[in-house]
Design a protein around this ligand. Structure first.
Ligand SMILES: *[C@@H]1O[C@H](CO)[C@@H](O)[C@H](O)[C@H]1NC(C)=O
Ligand SMILES: *[C@@H]1O[C@H](CO)[C@@H](O)[C@H](O)[C@H]1NC(C)=O
Ligand SMILES: *[C@@H]1O[C@H](CO)[C@@H](O)[C@H](O)[C@H]1NC(C)=O
Ligand SMILES: *[C@@H]1O[C@H](CO)[C@@H](O)[C@H](O)[C@H]1NC(C)=O
Ligand SMILES: *[C@@H]1O[C@H](CO)[C@@H](O)[C@H](O)[C@H]1NC(C)=O
Ligand SMILES: *[C@@H]1O[C@H](CO)[C@@H](O)[C@H](O)[C@H]1NC(C)=O
Ligand SMILES: [Zn+2]
Length: 490
């Protein structure tokens, strides 16, 4: 292998790369950077390698046929339905999450997968409890809210205070002297998830710094049917922790209009939110052991926890289920690659990649053997291809591999600085990785809301995603060369 690695490095020098940035409309889960599109207009991979990759066409076709039109047709959706209907949502710290983890461990054992086990992780245990917001001036109205992760609660009688609506952090600074004792409402414009989510993440902290008693944040979504969206927030050091929740886009606009009309606005906010001691959860691991280099690993992954609203069918039910399905499918087809294909269902992703950080620490001595890491956490809509983080040679290899997905029209490759949530712990350190790229324009319509139910998922799309996931993992795990780990990318 060492020899072949050198051979790839030499070829890197000969590569020609044309970079072109196009407008970013990619949407991403959880505090991530803007994605840039890059086109590899010309790749000069060795003919031998291209031929080798192309020779997987019949195997990939077999995988696709089984998933889309054969023994595995509809299985991913059926199994996801059963899972979602059985457990519903699965917030970190809940017994529900642990039951769901047991279920996936049992299922993976029943599938005959190798080394199936859970790895313990201490996770936060935040509990929402009852919550309500009521407009009491200038008229009575109920305001839909969802408290934000880590938020503290209000006193039992609630917080009754005047409202100050701001458009941005700058706007808040310019109105700082009016904020004291008030409930600050952020009516920020939605630009992109990655750039706008800072209002959810830091809104309470900034409001607290200017003396606010609570903060309500317009949900981070481009579209709303009066649906609030929850998510993580973190209090800054030394600030007074004030209760914080998201409100709907509609109510943010409504409160803005009331303020612009010059009216005094008062809200009564009641939240029972509180944090209990950490609980023990588990990352779930299952494998198809490699036949020649079992210590070298291609990882497919998604997170098994969810928020405590909706059913977590999309975020990240479908996302982690295709990793289960990819292994179950490969197993049922008797496909064993030279290297190990490992599925990991991360726990407590929503509370800051807690399971993944634990895994990174515990498996630090294995990192050199992580050949390629994959994650699906941006929806499992109709697949278009793969986003990847890799060097130039790696990008060219991905491009060749994705050509094999032509039968399901999912051949697109895009280089991205941000290819996952959990796996970014590794990809940011130079481990090559990829994330599922789908027609996910509507992802944030449902994300972290009560609308995240099985209705968002589609059997045909899930079949194609399972096929893509199994194919890419299998081919990269089976190639004669280790996927190149290049430190820089021109
Ligand atoms: C599915 O399989 C059937 C029977 O082999 C075949 O007639 C049909 O064309 C296939 N459909 C697709 C979409 O591949
Ligand atoms: C998993 O399997 C164990 C052992 O067979 C069983 O006791 C347990 O009830 C199963 N759990 C779930 C959630 O299916
Ligand atoms: C608003 O609700 C409060 C409490 O339920 C009630 O006492 C009050 O009369 C209502 N105000 C109006 C204008 O309806
Ligand atoms: C918080 O307070 C501690 C102790 O006074 C201080 O050392 C630290 O720098 C403060 N942190 C911030 C972010 O202000
Ligand atoms: C990593 O460390 C663990 C525990 O210390 C050990 O069991 C395992 O064999 C090591 N793996 C490698 C690849 O060195
Ligand atoms: C293939 O996917 C592209 C988007 O990646 C889409 O524009 C095109 O219509 C699709 N073609 C077919 C035949 O579905
Ligand atoms: Zn997610």
């Amino acid at each position: 292998m060492g020899v072949r690695r050198n051979f790839i490095v030499l070829w890197t020098v000969a590569l020609t790369l044309v970079v072109c940035d196009v407008s970013n409309n990619k949407i991403e889960d959880d505090d991530k950077l803007i994605t840039k599109k890059r086109t590899l207009s010309e790749c000069n991979l060795p003919t031998k390698l291209k031929t080798e990759i192309a020779s997987y066409a019949s195997t990939v076709e077999k995988i696709i046929n089984a998933a889309v039109n054969g023994s595995f047709k509809g299985v991913t959706y059926q199994e996801l339905s059963l899972f979602v209907d059985t457990f519903g949502n699965r917030i970190a710290g809940s017994q529900n999450l642990e039951n769901a983890i047991d279920y996936m461990i049992n299922k993976s054992i029943a599938n005959g997968l190798d080394n199936v086990h859970g790895e313990e992780v201490q996770v936060p245990h935040w509990v929402r409890g009852f919550e309500s917001a009521t407009l009491v001036e200038p008229r009575n109205a109920s305001i839909s809210i969802l408290g934000l992760g880590n938020s503290v609660g209000t006193p039992p009688e609630g917080i009754l205070a005047e409202v100050l609506v701001v458009k941005s952090f700058d706007d808040l600074q310019s109105k700082a002297e009016q904020a004291k004792g008030k409930i600050v409402v952020y009516n920020e414009d939605f630009v992109s998830y990655g750039s706008t989510v800072i209002y959810r993440g830091k809104g309470a902290t900034e409001a607290s710094k200017v003396g606010a008693v609570a903060s309500l944040i317009r949900s981070i979504t481009p579209f709303s049917l009066n649906t609030p969206h929850t998510g993580m927030q973190t209090y800054g050091q030394n600030v007074t922790k004030i209760p914080t929740a998201c409100i709907t886009l509609e109510d943010a606009h409504f409160l803005q209009r009331l303020q612009d009309e010059g009216r005094t606005i008062k809200i009564l906010l009641k939240m029972e939110a509180h944090t209990l001691p950490d609980k023990t959860s588990r990352n779930v691991v299952a494998e198809i052991e490699g036949t020649e280099h079992p210590e070298k690993v291609v990882i497919v992954s998604g997170h098994i926890d969810s928020w405590d609203v909706g059913n977590g069918a999309m975020d990240d039910g479908g996302g982690f289920f295709i990793s289960w399905a990819a292994l179950a499918l490969l197993k049922s087809l008797g496909l064993k690659a030279k290297r190990t294909v490992r599925a990991i269902f991360w726990t407590a992703e929503e509370f800051g990649y807690v399971g993944a950080y634990q895994y990174a620490t515990r498996h630090a001595n294995e990192t050199d053997n992580f050949i390629f890491m994959m994650e699906s956490d941006s929806g499992t809509f109709d697949p278009v291809g793969l986003q990847y983080s890799a060097g130039t040679t790696g990008g060219c290899i991905i491009q060749e591999v994705m050509k094999l997905l032509a039968p399901i029209n999912a051949t697109r490759t895009r280089q991205s600085p941000s290819v996952g949530s959990d796996i970014e712990i590794w990809t940011s350190e130079g481990v090559p990785g990829g994330s599922l790229d789908t027609e996910n324009d509507k992802y944030f319509w449902y994300h972290h809301s009560n609308a995240d139910t099985l209705e968002v998922e589609n059997p045909q799309s899930l079949d194609k995603n399972t096929a893509l996931w199994a194919s890419v993992a299998y081919v990269l795990a089976d190639l004669s060369i280790d996927f190149p780990r290049e430190t820089t990318d021109g």
